[in-house]
Design a protein around this ligand. Structure first.
Ligand SMILES: Nc1nc2c(ncn2[C@@H]2O[C@H](COP(=O)(O)OP(=O)(O)OP(=O)(O)O)[C@@H](O)[C@H]2O)c(=O)[nH]1
Ligand SMILES: [Mg+2]
Length: 439
């Protein structure tokens, strides 16, 4: 983070007459990106195609930029290339207009640490740039009043566009190969009997805090929090009251009543993210899309209307998720029971009813883990094998891959119950058959 930047910025937001919006989120995003908000301007009206705001408001914005001597204008609404161009033309020379998408991208760019995160940010930036370069070319041509071919671009301009397109393809290819590594890793974990759980939700909902709480509970139970065999399981997940605190995935092991969960913390969502931006983060979000259970963490301390909006944003992004979606109403230490009860209906339509928790205080966490256990794919078997060295090897394998109970040595045979992932139970059955055949 380049927190030292602290550039003064003006925030501007337009919303439709029937929408209820504040600039609070934009301001939080601005501060996260290192700006100091020195003024704001809002307007309620339908979008203007030329300026986003009405012409009069756009002029007022330009005047206030000059008065406040700000470096940057942060606009809550996504600006079309044309709108950005027109606004710049009104404002003092060189004033950048950073729209919400660009601001989110800037934060991501500052935070990206791993190769995958950097590639994802690069991809999103290139996708953001492409229509803007096209528009720039069009406007330059108009200004020069040139006659153009049907394609509308000369050779040099065409090359510029092609260059971005080629870079997009290159980054996509590199991300694809990282994606297949991730997919192999998931298959490996499942093969080892682990259940994959992902934390998803709006930024600042408390995902990282919840992960720390779950993993801490594990430590209290006396079991190791991380598995040295799985280097992707980090020991810490940072928490702070800033947006997009987590950009890269962090996975920690959580043992609960015989199940070994791998819980992955991911990037938070924010409203109005364009599909190209969400797509660019596919590699990070693949942990969510392909989890067995997705814990959709909701900040219950927000006002009801805000919870509704945030849940709906998450609902859109989670549309493609394979696993069971379990809503988690977090921060209940901050709100009344009546408020929490009223939030239940906003979480309807998911696979499971919400669970109320406080990640900081630990309330509701046992109930949450019980609900996760009942949501992960489960099968069970009672296996009987001859009591030999091989049966001991089978038992030890069963302990590693699932939950073993009621081991009963009855003279020549050993009988035990095994609960675990269906594929593990299948493999255990076939191993037991082999042991029985070969003695
Ligand atoms: N009172 C209260 N505060 C909480 C609780 N859970 C999280 N917080 C606070 O909420 C803020 C955000 O928590 P994080 O865990 O960083 O949120 P996140 O969802 O990981 O956010 P991103 O990584 O930005 O997506 C922090 O200041 C936490 O201390 C809770 O149960 N109760
Ligand atoms: Mg986080």
């Amino acid at each position: 983070m380049q927190q030292s930047r602290q550039q003064p910025a003006l925030v501007a937001a337009r919303h439709d007459p029937r929408e209820k919006r504040t600039t609070a989120e934009l301001t939080a995003l601005a501060e996260t990106a290192g700006y100091t908000v020195v003024g704001e301007l809002t307007q309620t009206r339908p979008e203007d195609a030329a300026y986003q705001f009405g012409r009069g408001k756009a002029e007022e914005l330009a005047r206030r930029v000059a008065e406040h001597e700000v470096d940057t204008v942060l606009v809550d609404n996504p600006l079309s290339p044309q709108q950005a161009h027109n606004l710049r033309a009104l404002a003092p020379d060189g004033t950048p207009f950073v729209d919400r998408h660009r601001l989110v991208l800037d934060i991501f760019a500052q935070r990206a640490g791993t190769r995958a995160a950097k590639l994802q940010v690069r991809l999103a930036e290139l996708r953001y740039e492409l229509p803007r370069v096209r528009q720039e070319i069009r406007l330059e041509a108009e200004a020069a009043n040139e006659r153009r071919t049907v394609a509308g671009m000369n050779e040099k301009e065409h090359r510029r566009v092609l260059d971005i397109q080629e870079r997009i393809q290159r980054v996509e290819r590199r991300l694809d190969s990282l994606g297949s590594v991730e997919s192999d890793r998931r298959a490996h974990h499942r093969h080892a009997g682990r259940d994959l759980v992902a934390l998803a939700g709006y930024t600042n909902a408390g995902k990282s805090t919840l992960l720390r709480r779950l993993a801490d509970d594990l430590a209290v139970e006396g079991d190791g929090a991380t598995d040295p065999d799985h280097p992707d399981e980090a020991t810490t997940a940072a928490t702070a009251d800033r947006l997009f605190e987590t950009l890269e995935t962090t996975t920690r092991g959580v043992s609960t009543d015989g199940r070994r969960l791998l819980v992955t913390d991911t990037v938070g969502f924010v409203r109005d993210l364009p599909p190209w931006l969400v797509d660019a983060f596919e590699s990070t979000l693949s942990a969510v899309y392909h989890a067995d259970v997705v814990l959709l963490v909701v900040d219950a301390s927000d006002p009801r209307s805000e919870v509704r909006e945030k849940v709906d944003t998450c609902r859109d992004v989670l549309d493609d998720a394979d696993g069971v979606i379990l809503p988690v109403l977090n921060k209940v230490d901050q709100c009344s029971t009546a408020h929490v009860d009223r939030l239940h209906e906003l979480c309807s339509g998911f696979d499971a009813d919400p669970v109320a928790v406080s990640s900081t205080e630990g309330t509701g966490v046992d109930e949450l883990l019980a609900r996760v256990r009942s949501a992960v794919p489960t099968a069970e078997a009672t296996l009987t094998v001859p009591n030999t060295g091989k049966s001991q090897a089978l038992l030890s394998w069963a302990h590693d891959h699932g939950s073993v109970a009621d081991v009963d040595y009855d003279g020549e045979t050993v009988t035990f119950d095994l609960v675990g992932r269906p594929a593990v139970i299948e493999r255990a059955r076939s191993k037991a058959t082999d042991v029985s055949k070969t003695g």
